[in-house]
Design a protein around this ligand. Structure first.
Ligand SMILES: [Zn+2]
Length: 365
């Protein structure tokens, strides 16, 4: 299997186009044409992780955090980033980062945290907007069902827990083909045709636009297919930052913190003052999630589980929510399991290994 196929596999699960503008997800070092000899999965790429990959015969490292984050103007081994890049090139190791594109997916980093905490009824906390399109097309009523089926198969018409969503209305279309045309109805160079057509409207996430358009053209009977793409301002509930979910029953805050510590293997939890109020609705955000505090409060969450809160930001809880900061590494350490699942589902022919190294740069005394 080529590196390019692995990139496509991850792109299908968490499209790279959904990464944040500041991010550098994707292949950072390497050659898409390389044949994968083995994949090492890690949260971070350090020199030690690179050595582990070399030792274990893996020429692909898939990590959550990109090793190159800001511009590199020279490669002289002056810092660990440069040394990692140089060594990866020397040893033909491919470095693939799957970062905020995975943070922004319903089935991503936060879903994994929610599962570990046993949260139910999960929803994206701050959905992204602007990545949904509406496709409108016109087809003879007799062929409408066939076309709808083809569009659904290509991924159109999916909303939350619902699939095969569409709206159709009936009207009349007209056309007149030239003598060089190949009309589905009527004759080339003949009189104007008036046909009963269905207008079909379906939602399409932007990453599936090309695939759905190809399916449309392939399944539509007309030589020239009439269709419009409209960009929507709607939120896409499948993409965005953070997640909320509920514990099956309300529990005392201390009980939840104990569960959190255990399930997320956290050495400690930094938190705001406890109250007597039981907690049930939990907001989570793997990594640095303090920017979502207002959203978590607005969503009515009792607790916000995340990392990297600064001293003054704890004050912003204002007694409305319990902030539980478990540490950046701790909150995202299970992300490699998602990578593992993606590769295992595909029955890849090379070895897939989870790094045995603890890359957390923060230690607790
Ligand atoms: Zn992170």
């Amino acid at each position: 299997m080529k590196v390019a196929e692995i990139i496509r596999l991850f792109d299908a699960y968490a499209p790279f186009r959904y990464q944040e503008s500041y991010d550098k997800s994707g292949l950072q070092v390497g050659d898409p044409n390389d044949t994968v000899t083995g994949a090492l999965l890690s949260l971070d790429i350090t020199e030690a992780v690179l050595d582990e990959a070399i030792e274990k015969g893996c020429n692909l490292i898939i990590a959550h955090h990109p090793v190159i984050f800001s511009g590199i103007k020279n490669l002289t081994g002056r810092n660990y980033v440069q040394r990692v890049v140089q060594k990866a090139i020397k040893h033909d190791i491919n470095l693939l980062a799957v970062h905020t594109n995975l943070d922004n997916m319903r089935q991503g980093v936060n879903q994994r945290i929610a599962e570990r905490l046993g949260l139910q009824d999960t929803r994206i906390l701050a959905p992204l907007s602007g990545n949904l399109l509406k496709l409108c097309t016109y087809v003879p009523t007799a062929q409408a069902e066939h076309l709808r089926t083809a569009l659904f198969a290509a991924g159109a018409g999916h909303i939350g827990q619902y699939s095969e969503c569409s709206f159709s209305s009936t009207g009349s279309g007209t056309f007149r083909g030239s003598k060089d045309s190949k009309p589905f109805i009527g004759t080339a160079g003949g009189a104007q045709e008036k046909v009963q057509e269905d207008k079909i409207e379906v939602l399409v996430p932007v990453h599936l636009k090309n695939r759905v358009e190809q399916a449309l053209v392939a399944a539509h009977p007309y030589e020239e297919v009439a269709f419009d793409w409209l960009q929507l301002q709607n939120h896409n509930p499948e993409t965005g930052a953070g997640m909320t979910g509920s514990l099956p029953l309300p529990v005392p805050a201390t009980e939840f913190l104990a569960l959190l510590k255990k399930q997320m293997k956290a050495g400690m939890v930094r938190h705001t003052a406890l109250t007597d109020k039981a907690v049930q609705k939990i907001a989570v955000c793997g990594g640095s999630g303090s920017f979502l505090l207002k959203d978590a409060i607005a969503a009515g969450a009792d607790v916000f589980v995340t990392a990297d809160f600064k001293y003054h930001q704890f004050f912003d809880a204002e007694g409305k929510i319990l902030i539980a900061d478990i540490g950046h590494f701790e909150s995202e350490q299970f992300t490699v399991e998602i990578f593992d699942d993606i590769l295992k589902k595909k029955n890849v022919t090379f070895a897939v290994l989870l790094s045995t190294l603890d890359t957390n740069p923060i230690k607790y005394f």
